[in-house]
Design a protein around this ligand. Structure first.
Ligand code: SF4
Length: 464
C-alpha cells in the first residue's frame, strides 16, 4: 500500500528560516535552471524556481546567472554524457567568476554512483542533491553560499512529501500538480523505482487545496502527475480523487497510468466527470505476451485490449496515446509483429516510440540477448510508419466536428493564428486575436496538418 509521510511542520519552518537567512545575507542574486526529462522533473523545477525566488533570487540567462542549477533525469539514453558535457562547459566561467555557484540535482543524482562520478569529473560543482532532498534547497543553498561543498543524496527511500512548497509556474493557463511519487513496479528496463523510491501519495485534502489555489490563480487546465498516477492511494482511490476535483477547474488531465490499475471505477468516473478530458495515456510497451512478461509489466495483451475496449465503450471519443519500446532483449520478429498488430488494432492518436537501451542496475541490462542495433532501428522505423498512418486517421476523424479548445498561445506556424488543444489533446491552429489566449472557445475543424488540426472559431455548441 502506498504511504503518506509528510515532512513535519517544524522541518518546513526550519527551511523557511534558512530561506530568510539567504534572502537577507545574499541579496540581489540571480539563478538559471536547466531542466532535463519528464513532466515531473519540469514541475520539480517550478518548485525549485519558487523556492529560489522566495530567497530573493531573480531569473537570468545562464551566462549571467550567479547560480546555475541542472535538474537531471536518468531515464533517457546518454543523459549522463549530455549532463557532463553541459556542466563541464561551465568550468572556464567558474575559474573567471569563483563565486558562481553550480548545482546539480534530480534523479540522476539518486542513481548509485551518479553523484560521485559527477564530482570526480567536475570537482568544481558546489551543490549536489537528489529528489528526496529537493525541499531542503534553502538549507543546502545557505551552506553552499557560506563556502561549503554540499552533497545531499539518498535518504529514506520511501521519501517524504513536502507540502506547501513555493512554486513558480511556467504557464498561467495550465499547471502540473503532483499527486504521488515513486513506483513499486520494477519493470525490468526501468531505473525509476531505484532512484525515485517507493510509491507514496499526497493526502486528498492537500491536493484539493492546491487545485483550488490554482483555479483561483486563473489556471484552466490541471495535469495530475505521478509515475503511476492511477495507483494513487492517499486515503482515497484515484477515481475518488477525480470526483473530488470535478469542477474545480474546467479541464483535468493525468499521466502516467499503468494498465494494471485501469479499473472500471476509473473508466466510469472518466465518463461521468465534467472536467476530465477524453484523453488517456496508457503505455503498452509491447504487444507480445512473452516480452510483456519479461518486462514485468504484469498484464497481458488480452487484458490491455479488453481495458481499451471498456474505455472506448464508456468514453467513445477518447484519444489514446502510448509508449512503446522496440528491440527489447530477446524480442523476435514474431514478438515485434505482435506489437505492430496491437498498434493496428488500438489505433492510437500518437505514440512515444523508443529503441530499448540498457539502464545500469536494472534486470534487463544484465541480459545477454540484446537485439542488434540495426534490427532495433529497422523495427522502430516500421513502428513509426504504422503509427503515422494511425495519427493521420485520428486527425482526419475530427474534420467537420466542433471542438472545445483551450487556447494556449500564439501559433508558432502562422502570424495572426492561435494554437490550442482539444479535449482529446490534439493541437489546433486557427485565426484569432491574442486577447483570447487562456480562454476556452469552440473551434470548427476544417482540415489537418502533419500532426495538428486547423480550424476556425465557431459559435454555438461543441459537437462532441
Ligand atoms: S511502472 Fe514501470 S516504467 Fe513506469 S516508472 Fe514504474 S518501473 Fe518505470
Amino acid at each position: 500500500m502506498a504511504q503518506s509521510l509528510v515532512v513535519s511542520a517544524q522541518e518546513m519552518d526550519s527551511q523557511m528560516q534558512c530561506a530568510a537567512r539567504v534572502r537577507e545575507g545574499f541579496p540581489g542574486r540571480t539563478y538559471h535552471i536547466v531542466t532535463y526529462g519528464c513532466q515531473m522533473n519540469a514541475h520539480d523545477s517550478e518548485n525549485l524556481a519558487g523556492m529560489l525566488e522566495e530567497m530573493g533570487f531573480a531569473p537570468a540567462a545562464q551566462e549571467e546567472a550567479d547560480l546555475v542549477l541542472f535538474n537531471t533525469c536518468c531515464i533517457r539514453d546518454n543523459a549522463e554524457r549530455r549532463l557532463l558535457g553541459n556542466v563541464s562547459a561551465l568550468s572556464q566561467r567558474k575559474r573567471e567568476k569563483p563565486d558562481l555557484l553550480i548545482g546539480v540535482c534530480g534523479c540522476m543524482m539518486q542513481q548509485a554512483g551518479g553523484a560521485q562520478r559527477l564530482l570526480s569529473l567536475c570537482p568544481f560543482v558546489d551543490l549536489v542533491f537528489g529528489t528526496h532532498n529537493l525541499y531542503r534547497l534553502p538549507e543546502l543553498l545557505l551552506s553552499a553560499l557560506s563556502g561549503q561543498k554540499v552533497l545531499a543524496i539518498g535518504g529514506d527511500e520511501r521519501g517524504r512529501i513536502p507540502e506547501g512548497l513555493p512554486v513558480k509556474r511556467a504557464s498561467a493557463i495550465q499547471g502540473s500538480l503532483t499527486i504521488m511519487y515513486g513506483c513499486n513496479n520494477f519493470c525490468t528496463y526501468c531505473i525509476v523505482p531505484y532512484v525515485r523510491g517507493r510509491e507514496r501519495s499526497r493526502r486528498l485534502a492537500d491536493i484539493v487545496r492546491e487545485a483550488e489555489e490554482m483555479a483561483s490563480a486563473g489556471i484552466q487546465e490541471i495535469l495530475l502527475l505521478g509515475q503511476n498516477v492511477n495507483s494513487y492511494d492517499g486515503g482515497a482511490t484515484f477515481p475518488e480523487l477525480l470526483r473530488a476535483l470535478d469542477g474545480v477547474v474546467p479541464r483535468i488531465r493525468f499521466m502516467t497510468s499503468h494498465p494494471k490499475d485501469l479499473s472500471d471505477a476509473l473508466i466510469a468516473e472518466m465518463a461521468r466527470s465534467r472536467s476530465v478530458c477524453p484523453q488517456f495515456h496508457l503505455p503498452v510497451q509491447s504487444g507480445s505476451d512473452k516480452v510483456l512478461r519479461e518486462m514485468n509489466r504484469v498484464y497481458t495483451r488480452a487484458h490491455y485490449l479488453e481495458r481499451v475496449r471498456a474505455l472506448r465503450q464508456a468514453v467513445p471519443d477518447v484519444g489514446l496515446t502510448t509508449d512503446i519500446i522496440a528491440g527489447f532483449p530477446g524480442e523476435t520478429e514474431a514478438d515485434f509483429q505482435d506489437t505492430l498488430s496491437l498498434v493496428e488494432e488500438v489505433q492510437y492518436d500518437s505514440a512515444f516510440t523508443f529503441i530499448y537501451s540498457p539502464r545500469a542496475g536494472t534486470r534487463a541490462a544484465a541480459r545477454e540477448d540484446f537485439v542488434p542495433p540495426q534490427v532495433q532501428h529497422e523495427r522502430l522505423d516500421r513502428l513509426i510508419a504504422l503509427q503515422e498512418t494511425a495519427t493521420a486517421r485520428a486527425l482526419r476523424s475530427q474534420v467537420g466536428s466542433v471542438q472545445q479548445v483551450l487556447i494556449e498561445g500564439a501559433s508558432r506556424r502562422r502570424e495572426g493564428y492561435l494554437a490550442g488543444r482539444t479535449g482529446r489533446g490534439m493541437t489546433v491552429n486557427f485565426p484569432g486575436p491574442s486577447s483570447l489566449i487562456g480562454k476556452l472557445v469552440f473551434v470548427r475543424i476544417l482540415g489537418t496538418g502533419a500532426n495538428t488540426l486547423r480550424g476556425e472559431i465557431a459559435q454555438g455548441e461543441c459537437s462532441k
